[in-house]
Design a protein around this ligand. Structure first.
Ligand code: ZN
Length: 191
C-alpha cells in the first residue's frame, strides 16, 4: 500500500479504536469546523458503504466535517451513481484511499439469502447484484456481506475507466472492511 493510502487508513483505524474504547474525541463537529470548510473540502478517504442507519462512518471512525467522503446506498451495491461518486472523490478530491465497508445484519444480504434462487419481486437491482456471488452453499448472510466486498472492489475497477487508470497509476488504493455490531470494530478484510 502506498504511503498516503496507509496514512489515511491508519487515521481511520485509530479513530475506530477511539470509538470502540469509548474514547471518541468527536473531532471536527462544531459550526466553526464547518465554517472553516465553506470554500472547499479535502477528505482523507472515500468510504463506500450501506445506507443502514447503524453504519455511520463519521461516528465509527471518530471523525467529523470534511474528513470522509461517504458514498452510500442500500447494500452499497455498485451502480452508475455510486461509480461516479467514487470517481469524483478520486479525480477531484484526490483521496488516496477508498474503503469498501460492509457490515453485520445487512438487510439486502439477508433478503438475497432468503430469496435465492427465486426471482426477486422487490429490491430487484440490489438483490440480483448479490445473486452474482450467492449459491446454495452460502451459509450465512454476514459471510455473504464480507465476500461481497471483493465483488464491489472489482466492479469499481472494472466498470470505471477513470478509476482503473487512477488505480494503475498508483493514485489510490482500495481496502475492504467490515463493521461488527457487537464491538463497533472495523476489521480489514485481506485480499
Ligand atoms: Zn447493509
Amino acid at each position: 500500500m502506498n504511503g498516503n493510502a496507509q496514512k489515511a487508513l491508519d487515521i481511520l483505524l485509530e479513530g475506530n479504536k477511539n470509538f470502540v474504547n469509548g474514547r471518541s474525541t468527536a473531532i471536527h463537529r462544531t459550526v466553526d469546523d464547518l465554517k472553516s470548510l465553506q470554500n472547499g473540502q479535502s477528505p482523507i478517504a472515500c468510504v463506500v458503504t450501506c445506507s443502514d442507519s447503524r453504519v455511520i462512518p463519521e461516528l465509527i471512525f471518530d471523525k467529523g466535517f470534511g474528513d470522509i467522503f461517504v458514498v452510500r446506498c442500500a447494500g452499497a451495491v455498485i451502480g452508475e451513481n455510486i461509480l461516479e461518486s467514487v470517481e469524483y472523490a478520486v479525480e477531484h478530491l484526490n483521496v488516496p484511499l477508498v474503503m469498501v465497508l460492509s457490515h453485520d445484519d445487512c438487510g439486502v444480504m439477508k433478503a438475497a439469502k432468503a430469496l435465492y434462487p427465486k426471482e426477486p419481486d422487490h429490491l430487484e437491482l440490489l438483490i440480483r447484484s448479490v445473486y452474482e456471488i450467492i449459491d446454495s452453499e452460502t451459509e450465512c448472510y454476514n459471510e455473504l456481506a464480507r465476500d461481497y466486498t471483493l465483488v464491489k472492489k472489482r466492479k469499481l475497477l472494472k466498470r470505471s475507466k477513470i478509476l482503473r487508470q487512477a488505480y494503475h497509476d498508483g493514485k489510490f488504493e482500495i481496502v475492504r472492511a467490515y463493521l461488527k455490531f457487537d464491538t463497533g470494530e472495523v476489521v480489514i478484510i485481506e485480499d
